[in-house]
Design a protein around this ligand. Structure first.
Ligand code: 5RP
Length: 237
């Protein structure tokens, strides 16, 4: 009962609904990962079930997204079978004033970047706590690494001034294993002054798959806020 009134949940629900309402019949939709996108997937399923929306296909960015899509009756497809993705909906851990993002709180950023970057329109869905003046201020940067490369990549990142920590499982002993079978280093930097450069520098380290910096990828940010006790959605173009 109390969770129904949780303001963060209300904000997530509202942006999820707002993003899902922008999807048109016949579209291929990139399905992001995380608790906010989960609401968008749920509302897409409801629109399909009511008949308001027809003939969409989802490209999931994670095992979680594909499980939710199946649960809510959204047909799935793959990048091999589509020419383009009309719209992608995905969450973020941080959003800066230039619409650059940190993602990967769910360890899914490698596939998310692939799918979100291919979309004609990439909509980010966040609650207002995710807005920051500077990336890296509240959330460490996730880096997906081949298991055999964890030690050398850790050293290389330390040389760049980062403080990497291997992400550990919850209710699972040992490290988090990604959907691709890799591991995650969560890296704290004192400051991320140039996200575009850091994104490339990290991805150039042998053994790194991809990192959670999304620079110049987002088209539209939908921010859930509470105004006068009600959840509302603000757009950042
Ligand atoms: C997963 C992600 C998520 O989109 C991000 O962590 C935000 O999640 P949530 O909507 O649960 O706050 O990048 O890899």
């Amino acid at each position: 009962m109390t969770s129904e009134l949780d303001p963060v949940k209300l904000m997530k629900q509202e942006v999820g609904r707002a993003a899902a309402s922008r999807v048109q019949s016949g579209s291929v939709v990139g399905l992001g990962t995380g608790s906010t996108t989960a609401f968008a997937i749920q509302f897409l399923g409801e629109r399909l079930q009511s008949g308001e929306l027809r003939d969409i296909r989802g490209v999931p960015t994670s095992f979680q997204a594909s499980v939710l899509a199946k649960q809510y009756g959204i047909p799935l497809t793959t990048l091999d079978d589509v020419d383009s993705i009309a719209i992608a909906i995905d969450g973020a851990d941080e959003v800066d004033p230039n619409k650059n993002l940190i993602k990967g709180g769910g360890a899914a950023h490698t596939r998310e970047k692939l799918v979100d970057s291919l979309a004609d329109l990439f909509i980010v869905v966040v609650d207002s706590s995710k807005l920051v003046d500077r990336l890296g201020s509240t959330f460490p940067l996730p880096v997906e690494v081949l298991p055999i490369a964890v030690t050398p990549v850790t050293r290389a990142i330390q040389k760049l001034g980062g403080r990497p920590e291997l992400r550990m499982g919850v209710k699972k002993d040992g490290p988090v294993i990604t959907d691709q079978g890799n591991m995650i280093l969560d890296v704290q930097f004192d400051a991320i002054d140039n996200p575009a450069e850091l994104e490339k520098t990290l991805n150039n380290i042998p053994g790194v798959l991809d990192n959670g910096l999304f620079v110049g990828v987002a088209d539209l940010i939908l921010v859930g806020e509470i105004k006068d006790g009600q959840p509302v959605v603000r757009e950042i173009q």
